[in-house]
Design a protein around this ligand. Structure first.
Ligand code: SAM
Ligand code: SF4
Length: 444
């Protein structure tokens, strides 16, 4: 093995981070397959090994750095293997140069903007004696090749980058300013996927509901949703991530009256304290957020609402933390992803006074997770005995006799395997509820 097998060369991509990175890896796979590569079964078996990195939190970076030793041993065993570090972590100022000085065995380093240049870069890297680096922020965002990871659910970026500059976040620095894709291209892609029988399409962007602000055409996120909802076919539409500040009444109405748009609202609140929200530069207050949630619940029946929360942001005092606890109790999220604030180079929050100790951050995340698991359990118990449509996505990771799918409200449901249901929309009755998962029995 290890590159000595005859036949087509093999690639393996390890992806960290958000769905946009998953999409970028699909594009990289598309380029590689257009060059004649085929997927490898494991990292060791690959002729080209790509690590697609994330920079949002320190932990994601540590995972990649701890992997580099293993990459060195791969290269020792198979000097022909091409090692590629890709993605947001590499886009940070001075990072690629630092890595290439320390880990000289890396062949190629590229950022999210270099995707379209990937085939040429890979070819050049094969003969280059030192690490080839391309982290220029210039780059075409449309790609002629993509190898989708699934045959029934797909990601479609509607915008790239972000203009919001939340003070804790590296995304605007590594992904650049917001650029919306043309509505015609998005509509065309959705039509093609619907024709191929795709059952779920997720629209991607850092802030999907500011879609269109940079376009000449008079089109916004609500218009786009309305248009996509009218496309023929049996498929669901999801979107991520939406910003509470830009979630207007028209979007809510279009979702309420739409047929395909799922009744799941992921609205990252980040904090329940007005003081912290201001320091974070989020552009809304807790009262605005609470009113938005009321509005959504009053117009969209049986919807689910989930959120992201950061604990231990600089300046977060006990009172601010209690405000977040109180907001969680008031809103009763279906689920919340709770993160410990991670200081990021180049962001404003890094320089702020009142950094919170690791011990307090840990206590706070523990408390919020405990409360959220009780809220989620109660919410899920309300679904016992109800009928839900799920898209069956995969075999259960813990029980080979079960399949796993998601409701329109994005809840995970395990069902006993009954024929070949993978990739199908099926109705189930909910029979068991836990905090993070449901169990159901098939009705059809
Ligand atoms: N654009 C989306 C938004 O505004 O909600 C989210 C994108 S971000 C990659 C996903 C989540 O990571 C954020 O909602 C936030 O909770 C979290 N996050 C971002 N930067 C962080 C940091 N420095 N420390 C901890 N969590 C962070
Ligand atoms: Fe980061 Fe804020 Fe942009 Fe989301 S909206 S990507 S949290 S800067």
């Amino acid at each position: 093995m290890n590159g000595q097998v005859l036949g087509p060369k093999r690639y393996y991509i390890l992806t960290y981070g958000c769905q946009m990175n998953v999409y970028d890896s699909e594009v990289l796979s598309g380029y590689l397959e257009s060059m004649g590569y085929i997927p490898a079964n494991s990292e060791e078996d690959a002729d080209v090994l790509i690590i697609n990195t994330c920079a949002v939190r320190q932990k994601a970076e540590e995972k990649v750095l701890s992997k580099l030793g293993k990459l060195r041993s791969f290269k020792k065993r198979n000097p022909e293997m091409l090692l590629v570090l890709w993605g947001c972590m590499m886009q940070q100022k001075g990072f690629a140069e630092k890595i290439s000085n320390k880990y000289k065995f890396i062949d190629l380093i590229g950022g999210p903007h270099s995707l379209q240049r990937f085939p040429q870069l890979l070819e050049k890297a094969q003969t280059s004696s030192k690490t080839l680096i391309d982290t220029s922020i210039e780059g075409e965002k449309e790609h002629p090749h993509i190898k989708r990871g699934h045959s029934f659910k797909a990601w479609i970026p509607i915008s790239h980058g972000c203009n919001n500059f939340c003070t804790y976040c590296v995304v605007p620095y590594v992904r650049g300013p917001e650029i919306s894709r043309s509505p015609a291209k998005i509509i065309q892609e959705v039509k093609e996927l619907s024709k191929k029988g795709y059952k779920e399409i997720t629209l991607l962007g850092q802030n999907v509901n500011s879609y269109g602000k940079d376009l000449k055409e008079d089109v916004d996120f609500a218009d786009l949703l309305q248009h996509l909802d009218g496309i023929e076919g049996l498929f669901r539409i999801r979107y991520m991530t939406s910003h509470p500040r830009d979630f207007n009444d028209r979007i809510i109405d279009i979702i309420a009256n739409g047929e395909k748009i799922c009744e799941h609202f992921h609205l990252p609140v980040q904090s329940g304290s007005n003081k912290i929200l201001k320091l974070m530069n989020r552009g809304y207050t807790r009262d605005y957020y609470l009113e938005l949630i009321d509005k959504i619940r009053s117009r969209v029946a049986n919807c689910s609402i989930t959120s992201d929360i950061i604990v231990g942001f600089p300046g977060e005092k006990e009172k601010d933390f209690k405000d977040t606890l109180d907001l969680m109790q008031k809103v009763q999220f279906d689920a919340a992803y709770i993160f410990i604030y991670s200081p990021r180079k180049g962001t404003k929050a890094l320089e702020m006074a009142g950094q919170v100790s690791p011990e307090i951050k840990k206590e706070r995340i523990k408390e919020l997770n405990k409360i959220q698991s009780i809220i989620s359990l109660n919410k899920n118990r309300d679904l016992l005995g109800t009928k839900q449509e799920i898209l069956v996505e995969e075999k259960s990771k813990t029980n080979p006799n079960m399949l796993t799918g998601r409701t329109r409200t994005n809840k995970i449901v395990h069902v006993s395997s009954n024929g070949n249901l993978l990739g199908k929309l099926v109705d189930v009755e909910i029979t068991e509820a836990k905090s993070w998962t449901l169990t159901g029995k098939c009705l059809s």
